[in-house]
Design a protein around this ligand. Structure first.
Ligand SMILES: [Cu+2]
Length: 142
C-alpha cells in the first residue's frame, strides 16, 4: 500500500508536466490557424490594383518623349504583363515594358505626337490573378 502511493503521485506529476508542455504547443497551433484565417483573404486580394500612373488617368503631357510609369499595390510578373497603346487614329500597338525597376512598377518609354491616347494595361500579380485597366490621357502640342 505504502509503495503504491508514491508511484501514483509520480504518475500524476508526469501527467501535469505533460499538460504544461502541451499547452504552449496547442496555443501555438491555434495562433497559426488564426493567423492563416486572417491572412488568407488578404492574400486572395493581392491581385494588382493600379495605385498611381504617369501620365495620370485623364491627365495631359507634352508631346515628345514620354516616360510611362504604372505603380501597383503588389509585385508584378513583367514577363506576363502587357501594355497596349491606342493612338489618336485608333490604331493599336503593343508597347515594350522596360525589364528593370522595382517589382511593383511597370515602365515604358514612348515618343508621342499631340492627340488623345489610351494605355491598356494587363498585369499578372504574384497571387496569379490577372487584372486590366485603361489609362486615357492627352498629349498636348509643344
Ligand atoms: Cu488576386
Amino acid at each position: 500500500m505504502d509503495s503504491a502511493a508514491p508511484r501514483r503521485y509520480t504518475a500524476r506529476r508526469s501527467a501535469d508536466r505533460e499538460k504544461g508542455i502541451a499547452l504552449p504547443y496547442r496555443l501555438k497551433t491555434w495562433s497559426l490557424t488564426l493567423l492563416a484565417t486572417v491572412m488568407l483573404p488578404a492574400l486572395a486580394n493581392a491581385h494588382a490594383i493600379l495605385e498611381e500612373s504617369t501620365p495620370a488617368i485623364d491627365g495631359s503631357v507634352k508631346a515628345g518623349p514620354v516616360d510611362l510609369t504604372l505603380r501597383y499595390n503588389s509585385r508584378i510578373d513583367r514577363g506576363r504583363s502587357r501594355l497596349t497603346l491606342t493612338r489618336p487614329d485608333h490604331t493599336k500597338d503593343a508597347i515594350a515594358i522596360a525589364p528593370d525597376g522595382p517589382p511593383d512598377i511597370i515602365r515604358s518609354h514612348l515618343d508621342l505626337t499631340p492627340g488623345a491616347y489610351v494605355i491598356r494595361w494587363q498585369v499578372l500579380a504574384v497571387d496569379g490573378h490577372i487584372t486590366r485597366g485603361d489609362v486615357p490621357f492627352t498629349v498636348t502640342g509643344p
